[in-house]
Design a protein. Structure first.
Length: 463
């Protein structure tokens, strides 16, 4: 019989709960009754909606048992608070495992870098990682609770919107390796001192690092000194990636075309060349970040480079698609999952460096959570747009009106208050040979524009 992830007795011991009904063995953990797999432990969280109401559906879907804070039908472990019990379960999973653990945070790129590291871990033994963007006060303990006891290496994504959110999560994971991809003006509306507050909040990742652990930091970022000092104060060693001569991993060259890129770098003084399926210029540094993290987790470089070479862009984070239309095809670059001033500038620079002939077109929606400087951040995109020689710009959202007003008439493709209202204008404008990039914050519905463009292809485009 397959070793269970948790028995009901294990769960009760870890959480201080009491087994009610028949004992059970769980092979997974779920907090969503719609996504329960047979054998899962269903955790009935309470919040805007009471998870206890969904226990019948979870059990009908094959849940082995329930973690509940009030009596429910079916086998369950009864606890005082299901969220605190989930945290306790995650801590117990950490303590019973010998896995080497890494934690990733950053204003930009943390999900992609986490998944790139996970791809490398997958080639080196028994591994575990965050799924999707499970990086908050629920996602982190859930990811820990799902970690099998025999895991050898694991990577966790940790995010934040406010100060004091990362510290408890880092202490829960207790990573030996910590990665900060970069720090920039993201969630600044929640910090009185703006980006400096964001940097200090990201530095909370070191509050849980194991003694003698390793911090992987971006030396090109303006907050490198603050982060490295914080890391060393926590007893961590520091390795750096960036473009400077002093970096442990230095980017020498990055060239992208036709859905792939070639990278040249120097790592610990040794020249290294490799390929990526990523075309975003930021992936030069992202890949070096991942390589240093994998090295720290005892993954050999050949395995790590093979994993990066096969690692495809995540949905909405630079995935490319050839869209066939009458008379030919255009290339859709889908960056619709999220946006901030750093990632916008990087994406536009990447677009400008592309070698393909054809018009460069961008469809941009509002960048959210930027505070009092939001309108200025949007208007300032006119500069990287000009530097990238973008031919047409389509804007959607009340804040993007600031960019629209800053654009010369020759670049104005169309403006609307909402993403859905600009979709027709851009789908009508595209022509064969165009390079079309869609980017915006998830909450401003940039994905609706990307979906409308992809729907122009009735033949099933290739990625």
């Amino acid at each position: 019989m397959t070793e269970p992830l948790w028995t009901s007795d294990d769960i009760a011991a870890a959480t201080g709960g009491r087994v009610v009904g028949r004992p059970f063995r769980a092979t997974g953990v779920s907090i969503d009754s719609r996504a329960v797999d047979p054998g899962d432990l269903f955790v009935a969280l309470t919040g805007e909606r009471d998870g206890h109401l969904f226990t019948p559906g979870a059990l009908a879907a094959g849940a082995a048992g329930v973690l509940a804070s009030k009596p429910v039908d079916g086998p369950h472990v009864l606890v005082r608070d299901t969220l605190k019990a989930l945290e306790a379960l995650g801590t117990a999973a950490r303590d019973r495992s010998l896995a080497k653990r890494a934690a990733v945070t950053g204003s930009v790129g943390k999900t992609s870098v986490t998944q790139a590291i996970a791809a490398g871990l997958a080639g080196a033994g028994r591994w575990h990682s965050s799924v999707k963007s499970y990086n908050n006060h629920i996602g982190v303990p859930l990811t820990l609770a799902r970690m099998p006891w025999a895991t050898q290496r694991a990577v966790f994504e940790i995010g934040m919107n406010h100060a004091d959110e990362i510290t408890p999560l880092s202490r829960m994971v207790r990573p030996e390796v910590v990665v900060v991809t970069t720090v920039g003006p993201v969630h600044t509306e929640n910090f009185a001192d703006g980006e400096a507050g964001v940097a200090r909040a990201k530095a909370e990742i070191f509050d849980g690092i194991e003694p003698g652990g390793l911090a992987v930091l971006n030396a090109d970022n303006r907050w490198f000194d603050l982060l490295s000092q914080s890391a060393r104060s926590a007893g961590a060693r520091v390795v750096s990636f960036g473009s400077g001569e002093a970096c442990d991993a230095r980017l020498v060259d990055f060239r992208a075309a036709h859905g792939a890129a070639s990278v040249r770098a120097v790592i610990h003084g040794e020249p290294v060349a490799y390929s990526l399926l990523q075309t975003g210029l930021h992936w030069g540094l992202n890949s070096l970040c991942a390589l240093l993290a994998l090295e720290a987790m005892d993954v050999d470089r050949g395995t790590a480079l093979d994993a990066l070479a096969a690692f495809a862009p995540l949905a909405g984070r630079g995935a490319e698609r050839t869209v066939r239309i009458a008379g030919g095809a255009f290339t859709l670059i889908d960056e619709s999952y999220n946006a901030n001033p750093i990632s916008m500038a990087a994406a536009l620079k990447t677009l400008g460096l592309r070698q393909e002939r054809g018009r460069r077109i961008v469809a941009l929606t509002d960048m959210l959570e930027l505070g009092v400087d939001a309108l200025a951040f949007h208007a300032a995109l006119a500069e990287p747009i000009e530097a990238a020689n973008v031919d047409l710009v389509f804007c959607a959202g009340p804040m993007m009106k600031s960019l629209w007003d800053a654009l010369p008439p020759t670049r104005r493709g169309g403006y609307a208050e909402a993403a859905a209202d600009i979709a027709h204008a851009i789908t009508s404008a595209v022509q064969p040979g165009d390079l079309v990039m869609v980017k915006g914050s998830n909450g401003s519905q940039a994905s609706a524009i990307a979906a409308a463009l992809a729907a122009l292809d009735h033949t099933g485009g290739t990625t």
